[in-house]
Design a protein around this ligand. Structure first.
Ligand SMILES: [Fe+2]
Length: 226
């Protein structure tokens, strides 16, 4: 009896506090505050491009700086790249396979057709994977993206969910002047959608080695079946 009362009191409190309450799902919060009151900006889709690795590396983990057990790390500005995979209500999506790929510091992809292949950094993995858990969170250790002919710096993302076509986008560096000249970036017309793929690469607090941190949340326009 007492427990039931407590529970009812707790749920009343939850409704009163609205968005700040962790035990309501995003969908419940929406209903509590009025439909679509805080629907998130969907992350725009972007082309996969031609340079998804034509042959996957032997090492496909989430640390792109070290290939297998090599001792020499990749050249570049070390970046801790993380974020969450969310549905449109802000609820985390688990079991999403997050894949990233990008050029190394010399502008070469892990692809036979890539420019600058003769200068490729053999210590850079160029591609990585992370499977989300219940928080929807992913994490990669990689380098800050650099430009290559025709493109502003970017990191490619593919999200793979069971029973769905793969979903792709690209992540850009906030404050990068080349963004405004980049045709693929500019193809995103809506300023809010552009902001959603443009993230700050900031100094990692306490790092004496100049490491960077970047957060890129991806909001998908659908809720996968679990
Ligand atoms: Fe690219």
């Amino acid at each position: 009896m007492r427990r039931a009362l407590l529970r009812r009191a707790a749920s009343g409190l939850a409704l009163a506090l609205g968005g700040g309450v962790a035990w309501l799902s995003g969908r419940e919060r929406l209903f509590a505050r009025g439909a679509f009151a805080e629907e998130l900006t969907l992350t725009p889709r972007q082309t996969e491009g031609p340079f998804y690795p034509n042959k996957l590396p032997l090492d496909t983990d989430n640390d792109l700086l070290i290939v297998n057990d090599n001792l020499t790390p990749a050249v570049g500005e070390v970046t801790h790249l993380s974020g969450r995979i969310l549905d449109r209500f802000g609820d985390p999506i688990r079991n999403a396979l997050v894949e990233i790929w990008q050029v190394d510091h010399a502008g070469a992809y892990l692809h036979e057709g890539s420019a600058n292949r003769d200068r490729r950094d053999g210590n850079f993995q160029g591609f990585g994977r992370f499977l989300t858990g219940s928080t929807g969170e992913y994490y990669f250790r990689t380098i800050k993206p650099v430009p290559y002919p025709g493109r502003t710096p970017h990191i490619h993302f593919a999200i793979k969910l069971r029973g769905r076509e793969k979903w792709t986008t690209q992540c850009y560096v906030k404050g990068e002047p080349r963004n405004e000249q980049d045709g693929i970036y500019r193809s995103i017309r809506d300023p809010k959608a552009r902001d959603a793929v443009t993230v700050p690469f900031e100094p990692l607090e306490g790092s004496t080695a100049g490491e960077l941190t970047a957060r890129f949340d991806i909001v998908l326009g659908f809720t996968p079946e679990m």
